[in-house]
Design a protein around this ligand. Structure first.
Ligand SMILES: Cc1ncc(COP(=O)(O)O)c(C=O)c1O
Length: 414
């Protein structure tokens, strides 16, 4: 981040530039190939994760690097020192907009994906009879907002099935568009599913939806910070996200992108001054009453951190770690991987089941015996274990997790 932007975010020059931001660019200038362990151990050194902990649950919450924690603290200190809080919305929007390739004017900053999806579901005028279409791989944060609206207004909510594992982009596109009917008014889908980490071809879906007048609502909780994004190139109607996952921002840093036509046409769910001033566009939705602006300082620092590393390198490293993990899992008899094999569908999350072993019991075993943090996808009764790998993970951690799983596979859970 530009130093000036950060200082203006802090509302002036009274507070120190966070120590950890100094030297970021220098540290990450050279190297950074997917297997450059020297580079990636420097990255790991920027996190607060103790060496004995193996964190494989970024899909739930990304641990912020120290630079982000410092930015949050600096801002909180500023407020407690009675300086005026100083979020510079233009800097914030500019920095996040450039990071996800979106028009900064369409950006709103709620607390998380759940809130962002609720803003969309509650704010649309929906015709009676028109259906909302979604899949059987949606997270409650992307699904429940529709359940509320559909129950209250007696609208049909139809759920179609996605294949497991998904095989190709083309077949996924056929499945998705094959589920659309004449009555479909809204198609609400995850860009990357939380269940199997499958990347859905929503860029293509967006174009087909536009042709048919269907509103495309994307639950993009995972992609920012995991893969490079260019929202402007496919311009979904809505894109909701949680930068506290892969972008490694502070908890409660949400994001909602509104396509051009919705900036003046969506109804606000949380209303304050200017709610009906359509000329304010998406900024109407940023008038949320008093809230914790220090998370905005943290969000900008998180963008700065990932920019200093570079999203090409981030993507390469996430891919390398996932491939290592997946190869190990696929090589183990009794393990059924439900995540896709195809590179253009696979992401930083791999889900699987182990024959004869309850994933929840396995999760407890890994946590207690070796401080390995995982996620179990109990939703929809899938019962899979999900492991996520991000830039702070080291190959040795992936190997250790594989060894532990292999031990359970051979010897059972003692
Ligand atoms: C795909 C997806 N959507 C929505 C959410 C909810 O995110 P949040 O709790 O940040 O609202 C999650 C959380 O894991 C998710 O994986």
């Amino acid at each position: 981040m530009r130093r000036r932007a950060f200082l203006s975010l802090l509302g002036g020059t009274a507070l120190a530039w966070p120590r950890t931001l100094e030297g970021l660019a220098r540290d990450f200038q050279v190297g950074g190939d997917a297997q450059d362990e020297d580079f990636w151990s420097r990255v790991r050194g920027r996190f607060l994760i103790p060496p004995e902990r193996i964190y494989l649950n970024n899909g739930t919450l990304g641990p912020s690097p120290e630079v982000v924690v410092e930015a949050v603290n600096e801002h909180a200190r500023r407020v407690a020192s009675t300086y005026p809080p100083g979020v510079d919305w233009d800097d914030l929007k500019g920095s996040v907009g450039a990071f996800i390739g979106a028009d900064p004017e369409g950006l709103v900053f709620p607390r998380n994906t759940t809130e962002a999806m609720s803003f969309v579901a509650q704010g649309l005028d929906l015709d009676p009879g028109g259906e909302i279409l979604t899949s059987d791989h949606e997270h409650i944060g992307g699904l429940c907002p529709w359940q509320v609206v559909c129950s209250r207004r007696e609208l049909p909510l139809r759920v179609f099935s996605l294949p497991v594992p998904a095989s190709t982009q083309e077949s996924l596109l056929d499945t998705i568009m094959g589920a659309v009917s004449e009555e479909t008014r809204v198609l609400s889908l995850s860009h990357v599913t939380f269940t199997t980490g499958t990347r859905l071809p929503l860029e293509e879906v967006a174009e087909l939806c536009r042709e048919r007048g269907i509103i495309l609502v994307v639950d993009g909780a995972h992609p920012p910070g995991m893969v490079k994004l260019d929202l402007a190139s496919w311009d979904p109607d809505f894109y909701a996200s949680s930068p506290h996952k892969w972008l490694l921002a502070p908890q409660g840093s949400g994001l909602l992108y509104l396509g051009d036509e919705w900036r003046s046409n969506l109804w606000p769910t949380l209303a304050s001054g200017g709610w009906d001033d359509r000329e304010l566009g998406a900024q109407r939705f940023n008038h949320l009453g008093t809230f914790d602006e220090s998370r905005m300082a943290g969000l900008i620092a998180a963008v700065e951190f990932l920019n200093a590393i570079g999203m090409d390198r981030v993507e390469g490293r996430v891919r390398y770690l996932r491939q290592r993990l997946e190869a190990g899992l696929r090589g183990m008899p009794g393990v059924r991987v439900v995540s896709p094999v195809e590179e253009d569908l696979a992401t930083g999350m791999v889900s699987f089941s182990l024959d004869g072993v309850d994933s929840l019991i396995l999760q407890r075993h890994l946590a207690r015996s070796a401080a390995v943090r995982t996620r179990v996808i109990s939703e929809y009764e899938y019962g899979w274990m999900r492991l996520s790998t991000h830039i702070y993970n080291l190959p040795g951690e992936v190997d250790r997790a594989l060894e532990l799983l292999d031990d359970v596979r051979r010897n059972g859970l003692s």
